[in-house]
Design a binder for this molecule. Structure first.
Ligand code: TRP
Length: 462
C-alpha cells in the first residue's frame, strides 16, 4: 500500500467541491467572456458547451480513472500501471506543464488580490471623483488604464501581491488534502456562488441588460469557423483543468466508491454555470455603459473595463470588492490544484514530508513568477519567439503542453493501459452500472486525439 492511503478527501461532497474549485478559476471568469466576445458570443457558447460534454468529460474521466487506479501522483500513476514502458514521461510532462502554468497563474492571481486590496482601501477609485465631475465619465477609460498601469506595469506592487499569494498557497498546501485543499474549497466555493449570484442580480437589472443578454445568448452561426472551434476546445481544456495531471492527482485522493461519471458531469456543469453566469454579469454591464469592444480584450476586461463599470454605479466600492473577491477566491482554489501536482510528485517519489515538498515546490516560484511579473515592466523588452516571457509561458503551456498532455493521456488510456481499466473504474469494480463506457472509450481512443491535434496543427497553417 502506498503512502497515499491516508491522503484522501473526506467525503463525496468534499471531493466534488475541491475538484470544482480546481476547475473554476480565471479560465471561467476572465478568459471565457473575453473568448466569447472575440468569437461571436452565443455561437462560441454553444460550441463551448458541446466541447465540454463531448471532449472535456471523456478526457476528464480518463484522468480520473488513471488517478484512482494508480493511486499516486501524475508520474507515479504511469510508473505503477505500466512499469515497463516510458509512459511516466506523460506524467513528467504534466508536472512541467503545471509548473509553467503556476508561474503565470500566480501573477494574475496576485493582480486580483491587489485589486481586491485596493478596492477595500478605496485606492482604485481615488481621484475618480475629479475625473467624473458633473457625471462625465468620458475620461474614465484613461483613468483606469493608468490605474492598471500603476498596479500591473510597475515592478514592485504586483510582485509583492504575487508573493502573498504564494505564501497563502504554502500555508494551505502544508495543511494537506483534507485540512488544506478540501477545507479551503469548502469555504471559498459556496461564497463564490453567493457573490456571483448577487452580482448577476445587480447587472440583470441594469438598463442595457436585455441588449447585452441578447448578444450573449442569440447565436450568430456565421461566426463559427475552424478557428472558433479550436478556441472553444482550448478554452475547454483550460477551464476544466485537463491535460497536465491536476485531475489525475486529485482523483488519487478519491475514495474507492466515488462515482466518477457522476462527478465529472457535476464538475463540468458547475464550471459551465460559472462561465455563463459570468457572461450574465459582463455583457449587460458592458452593454449598459456602452464601453467599446476593444475594452474586452484579455486582461483589460476585468482590470480596466469592469472598474469603469463599477465607477458608474452607486455603491462602487462594494461591487468592486465583491467582484475582485470572487475572482480571487476562484483563482486561489485553482492555484492550489496546480501546485499540488508537483507537491504530490515530490512527496511520493522522494518520500519527502508534505511541508518539505511544499516549500521545495513553492519557493522557486517566488523568483520565477517575479520574472514573469516583470515582463509587464522592467523586462517588457525581453522577447522569446516575439513574445514577452509571460505571453510565451502562457502560450507554450496552454497551446502546446496541455493539448500534447491530453492527447498522450487519451492514447495511453485508450490503447496501452492495463485492459479494462476504464470499465473497472467507471463501474467501481463492477458494483455500479456504467452505460456509456463504450462511447467514452470510443471518444478517448479516436475522437479526442484527432480533435485535440487540431489545436496543435492549426497555428502552423496560418
Ligand atoms: N481550470 C483553472 C481555470 O479555469 C485553471 C487550472 C487549474 C488549470 N488546473 C489546471 C488549467 C490544469 C489547465 C490545467 O482557471
Amino acid at each position: 500500500m502506498s503512502s497515499n492511503d491516508n491522503k484522501q478527501f473526506s467525503s463525496r461532497l468534499g471531493l466534488v467541491v475541491a475538484t470544482v474549485g480546481s476547475a473554476v478559476g480565471l479560465g471561467n471568469i476572465w478568459r471565457f467572456p473575453a473568448e466569447a466576445q472575440a468569437n461571436g458570443g452565443a455561437a462560441f457558447l454553444l460550441l463551448y458547451v458541446a466541447c465540454v460534454f463531448l471532449l472535456g468529460v471523456p478526457v476528464m474521466l480518463a484522468e480520473f480513472s488513471l488517478g484512482r487506479a494508480g493511486r499516486s501522483d501524475a508520474f507515479g500513476v504511469f510508473h505503477k500501471l505500466s512499469p515497463r514502458g516510458k509512459w511516466w514521461l506523460i506524467g513528467e510532462l504534466g508536472i512541467l506543464a503545471s509548473y509553467t502554468i503556476g508561474c503565470f497563474y500566480m501573477v494574475v492571481t496576485g493582480w486580483t488580490f491587489e485589486y481586491l486590496f485596493n478596492s477595500v482601501t478605496g485606492d482604485l477609485y481615488d481621484g475618480m471623483v475629479q475625473v467624473a465631475a458633473g457625471g462625465d465619465f468620458t475620461n474614465a477609460d484613461i483613468f483606469f488604464a493608468e490605474k492598471m498601469h500603476q498596479y500591473i506595469s510597475t515592478p514592485w506592487p504586483p510582485i509583492i501581491f504575487t508573493w502573498l499569494v504564494i505564501l497563502i498557497n504554502i500555508a494551505v498546501l502544508t495543511g494537506g488534502v483534507q485540512k488544506g485543499i478540501e477545507r479551503l474549497s469548502n469555504i471559498l466555493m459556496p461564497l463564490l456562488f453567493v457573490v456571483l449570484i448577487v452580482l448577476c442580480c445587480l447587472t440583470l437589472t441594469l438598463p442595457g441588460a436585455s441588449a447585452g443578454l441578447e448578444w450573449f445568448l442569440k447565436p450568430d452561426f456565421s461566426k463559427i469557423n475552424a478557428m472558433t472551434v479550436i478556441n472553444a476546445m482550448g478554452q475547454t481544456f483550460f477551464s476544466l483543468s485537463l491535460g497536465m495531471g491536476t485531475l489525475i492527482t486529485y482523483a488519487s485522493y478519491y475514495p474507492a466508491n466515488t462515482r466518477l461519471t457522476f462527478t465529472s458531469v457535476i464538475v463540468a456543469m458547475m464550471s459551465l454555470v460559472v462561465a455563463v453566469l459570468m457572461g450574465f454579469v459582463i455583457f449587460p454591464a458592458v452593454a449598459t455603459y456602452g464601453l467599446t469592444d476593444h475594452s474586452l480584450v484579455g486582461a483589460t476586461l476585468v482590470f480596466q473595463t469592469l472598474p469603469e463599470v463599477f465607477a458608474c454605479l452607486p455603491g462602487t466600492r462594494l461591487w468592486s470588492i465583491l467582484f475582485f473577491a470572487l475572482l480571487f477566491m476562484a483563482a486561489l482554489t485553482s492555484t492550489v490544484s496546480i501546485m499540488e501536482v508537483t507537491i504530490a510528485f515530490l512527496s511520493d517519489r522522494f518520500k519527502l514530508s508534505r511541508a518539505k515538498a511544499c516549500v521545495l515546490t513553492l519557493t522557486p516560484l517566488l523568483l520565477l513568477s517575479s520574472i514573469c511579473s516583470l515582463s509587464f515592466s522592467s523586462l517588457s523588452d525581453v522577447k522569446l519567439f516575439g513574445m514577452t516571457i509571460f505571453d510565451f509561458l502562457d502560450n507554450f503551456a496552454t497551446n502546446i503542453l496541455l493539448p500534447v498532455g491530453s492527447i498522450a493521456i487519451c492514447v495511453y488510456l485508450g490503447w496501452f493501459a492495463p485492459k479494462g481499466l476504464l470499465h473497472k473504474e467507471l463501474t467501481n469494480n463492477g458494483t455500479v452500472r456504467s452505460l456509456l463506457t463504450g462511447v467514452i472509450l470510443f471518444i478517448i481512443r479516436y475522437i479526442a486525439p484527432v480533435m485535440i491535434s487540431a489545436i496543435l496543427i492549426a497555428p502552423l497553417l496560418k
